[in-house]
Design a protein. Structure first.
Ligand code: SAH
Length: 217
């Protein structure tokens, strides 16, 4: 999601109490950024924040943090929170590549990946958010047994994600190639900006819930 340059977006997010622009300083103490102590759920590449704003309203007992690289997009998410004033919704401007510099081991309870960039060239495979390289990073910052939920309209990226699971020693808990045909899964589903657009075009949405393989005890 690239928007045209939004004048003042950088200054806006730097001044907002709801957005962290130096996230590595909060490593190990993200709880203090919220109005309450609660499990931390992360959306990586949150775009304009619609998904998290809806989740935060539905689940006040969870803290939601959206991370996004581009200020032109992130400013829209921050503006949503400036109107909502939820104690459990915050944002950080950062690159997904540096997750382990920003979150301590076990600091995150759940991760959402929604409509992330497909990086179609083979040489960029490690940049794809459901790649084994990223799954290993998630494994380091998640609580034991912590889950990752992934949604996409891109079937090639979805197939890639399924192939990466065993490489990273992860396993699927739910695999669905048409989320909007599954009433049981839809009950907890919050729509993202991209999802709204693709569903409107009649495109099926793929959904994968996964976790690190639980070793034998
Ligand atoms: N999750 C939103 C946006 C999807 S578009 C939705 O479903 O509507 C993908 C988003 O990822 C864009 O907003 C883009 O700016 C962001 N992005 C791409 N690479 C990133 C990276 N390395 N780190 C953080 N955000 C990134």
């Amino acid at each position: 999601m690239r928007l045209r340059n939004v004048p003042g977006s950088q200054e806006h997010i730097a001044a907002s109490p709801y957005c962290e622009t130096e996230p590595e300083k909060r490593k190990g103490s993200w709880q203090a950024f919220f109005g309450q102590e609660a499990p931390l759920y992360l959306e990586i590449c949150c775009g304009k924040g619609r998904f998290l704003a809806e989740h935060a309203g539905r689940s006040p007992q969870i803290n939601f943090l959206g991370i996004e690289k581009y200020t032109n997009v992130l400013v829209k998410a921050v503006q949503k929170q400036e109107a909502l004033l939820y104690p459990n919704l915050r944002f950080a401007r950062m690159d997904a590549e540096v997750l382990e510099e920003v979150f301590a081991p076990g600091e995150v309870a759940r991760i959402y990946l929604n409509f992330s960039d497909p990086w179609p060239k083979a040489r960029h495979a490690n940049r794809r958010l459901p790649s084994a390289a990223f799954l290993r990073r998630y494994g380091h910052i998640l609580v034991p047994g912590g889950e990752v939920e992934f949604k996409t309209d891109d079937t090639a990226l979805f197939d890639f994600a399924l192939e990466e699971l065993p490489r990273a020693e992860w396993e699927a808990e739910e695999i669905c190639r048409d989320l909007h045909a599954r009433e049981d899964l839809l009950a907890d589903n919050c729509m993202t900006e991209y999802e709204t657009r693709f569903v409107g075009m009649g495109k099926p949405i793929c959904y994968l819930k996964m976790h690190r393989k639980r070793g034998d005890i």
